[in-house]
Design a protein around this ligand. Structure first.
Ligand SMILES: [Zn+2]
Length: 428
């Protein structure tokens, strides 16, 4: 039993997947970073109009915006959904989606000659998708499940609601945005395009049932170190070698708080790049932590270490800049449990097993939440994101459409009968 039309969802996803909408960090000074994204966003505007929404393309932000107006007289707050049109940093030329009807759980040879095989022995999650309609790439490109599955699910939900006008609902806003994969899209979003929206959800990575409202806090650290160059033969007591100072800094970093020794709810310091000579040295690094106090503590650790080393080597040898990249969504959700409870109530109504987990990264919601619209993440289905082994099933996309519809219906029901305000429990 499907919720909407599996045929529509399959065909629409395949059409979307074929479009090259890869984003490029090297063009992040343009909005959006590639022309394919503009084309797709404009096409989605036309489709939303055809479905019956008010829709437009925001030229400044490259977002396609749609509004499905409420069909009740209740005083109900609008809610929003986001999916992104761009795909990750992987070949997206000539994407040829392959459909495997009634997937048998066995390995799939994507390219015999090049021995490109999608094997359930290597990716055991595939075994949970037996008998479903599995879609993969031909092994030479990504498929673009992330986030074309999210877009397809949202379109199916909009079609379902407009075809079933007897279903009551409040205002629903949808935004299809650019450049999520290069960390820009959410920053561009203009909340004037979501008037009155109380909260929203992104439809990004994750399996049906996954839910995320806890992400990293993130900052970028750059350190510059000044040395003193003297002829080595006459250097006694005079030369200050910036490389030696850099090594001192690096050896004072907490050696156990690094990505390769961190998991679950741990944060870390990561040295990304160093370069040095006698004259000067540069370090670029990032700090990540879920917990706000721990995160502040990590930033303070860097400031203190720089201060200590300046005392040791002389004032002004070390200079540091810390730039905040994004903030944990949890900071904006923790006092608003309804946003989480509503989604999880809808998950249960859709027959999903809920899996609330922390996400060791950032999403569009990290940029949208501080603008005033708290935005945790739902899911888009599929797996093996960002590469040649990406896959999704039509049934997972259908489950997304059903879940979105249930969120909308549940929001009206709980607006009328009382919101589920059960306080959030720390699950980590
Ligand atoms: Zn994504």
């Amino acid at each position: 039993m499907s919720f909407y039309s599996l045929d529509y969802e399959k065909e629409r996803f395949i059409q979307l997947a074929k479009k090259n909408t890869r984003s490029f960090y090297e063009h992040h000074d343009q909005i959006p970073s590639s022309a394919g994204q503009v084309e797709l966003a404009k096409e989605l505007v036309e489709e939303m109009k055809e479905i019956g929404l008010e829709a437009y393309y925001n030229k400044k932000t490259a977002f396609a915006i749609g509004k499905l107006s409420k069909n009740v007289t209740d005083d109900i707050t609008p809610i929003g959904f986001f999916a992104h049109v761009d795909t990750a940093d992987f070949n997206a030329n000539n994407i040829r989606p392959q459909v495997h009807e009634h997937y048998d759980g066995q390995k799939i040879v994507l390219d015999q000659a090049k021995n490109i095989v999608l094997d359930s022995a290597e990716f055991p999650d595939l075994l949970t998708l037996k008998d479903q309609t599995l879609i993969t790439s031909d092994g030479h490109t990504l498929l673009g499940v992330d986030d074309k599955a999210g877009i397809t699910g949202a379109l199916a939900m909009l079609r379902y609601l407009t075809e079933h006008s007897e279903i009551e609902h409040g205002d629903v806003f949808v935004a299809f945005g650019p450049d999520e994969e290069i960390g820009c899209g959410g920053q561009y979003f203009d909340i004037a395009d979501f008037p009155g929206v109380e909260f929203a959800y992104t439809l990004d990575n994750g399996r049906p049932g996954d839910f995320t409202y806890d992400t990293f806090n993130a900052s970028e650290v750059t350190i510059h170190i000044k040395g003193t160059v003297v002829h080595p033969g006459e250097a006694y007591g005079l030369m200050v070698n910036a490389t030696t100072l850099m090594n001192d800094f690096l050896s004072n970093l907490p050696q156990d708080q690094v990505p390769e020794k961190s998991r679950n709810h741990d944060g870390y310091f990561l040295v990304l790049h160093t370069q040095s000579s006698v004259d000067h040295a540069d370090i670029s690094m990032i700090i990540r932590d879920f917990d706000q106090a721990e995160f502040n503590h990590k930033e303070q650790f860097i400031y203190n270490l720089v201060k200590k080393l300046n005392q040791k080597y002389g004032k002004g040898r070390f200079t540091v800049k810390i730039r905040e990249q994004y903030e944990n969504i949890y900071n904006y959700i923790k006092d608003k449990p309804y946003i989480v409870n509503l989604a999880l109530d809808a998950y249960r109504k859709s027959g999903l097993t809920t899996n609330v987990h922390s996400f060791r990264g950032g999403t569009d919601g990290n940029f949208i939440s501080p603008k005033g619209i708290p935005t945790p993440n739902l899911f888009n289905g599929g797996g093996n994101y960002h590469g040649r082994y990406e896959y999704v099933t039509v049934e997972q996309i259908d489950k997304l459409a059903e879940t979105l519809t249930n969120i909308i219906m549940e929001h009206l029901r709980q607006t009328r009968n009382g919101r589920n305000e059960k306080p959030l429990e720390k699950y980590w």
